[in-house]
Design a protein around this ligand. Sequence first.
Ligand code: SF4
Length: 258
Amino acid sequence: MKINPINFNNPDVAIVISFSGGKDSSAMLAFIMENYPQAKKYVVMADTGFEHDDAVEWSKEIVEGFGLTLNVVRPIWKDGTVKTFQGMVRNRGMFPSSSCRQCTSDLKRDPIYKWIRNNVSEPIIINAMGLRADESTGRAKKDPFILNNRLSTKLINGSRKRTAYDWLPIHTWTTDEVISYLGNEGIELHPAYSYLSRFSCRLCILMRTKDIVAVYHNDRPAFDMISDLEQEIGFTMRNGESLVQLITGELKKDEVSA
Ligand code: SF4
């Protein structure tokens, strides 16, 4: 594992913790609090407008339990209104996909970066994220500590006004390690984990069929919202199959095997 060269206790350094209320960001927050108690920290949550109803309150409670403040950011359209996942899809006339995750960049990354630029004055920023290698091959390939060019300012005469690094403190952790760490820390999992493996948008473009079926059974308003959106824009979230077709097929399979 690459060792990060930064002294996190340096007053010029701030750790900005991306928080969602899910298990990974909760474990990451607890880990950072335990290992870097003296470091300056900020916690930011990006609200995509399609979060679980209590996601912000849930997150606030965990973050405030550590004596920190949760900063919630929301993307804004040019006319000043709040941009949501549904609004973004409607505006584009299509859903994002795994190869073009406009939702992540527009609804999460960019609002968080904007918040950092406007609110964090420390010249060295450690952008901490709870991504883990065992979540996907793409995430496994990520460098756990790397210069963030987008968030850093230009290099002029060998120095920058702001230097930012991406840091993945729990990159090597397994799911079991995350769950066990949270248990030791006394941090509960959100009830949505009873039917979902990840806590993110209520119905995510990256969900596997099994998870979409679980949303259908446990969060019908979210399922209907996306299904209605498919009808409205004439574009399906999954390639070549609407959510209604998907669920009809899955329910039929259940009938046959019953
Ligand atoms: S959780 Fe899924 S749908 Fe929501 S922003 Fe992330 S990738 Fe897009």
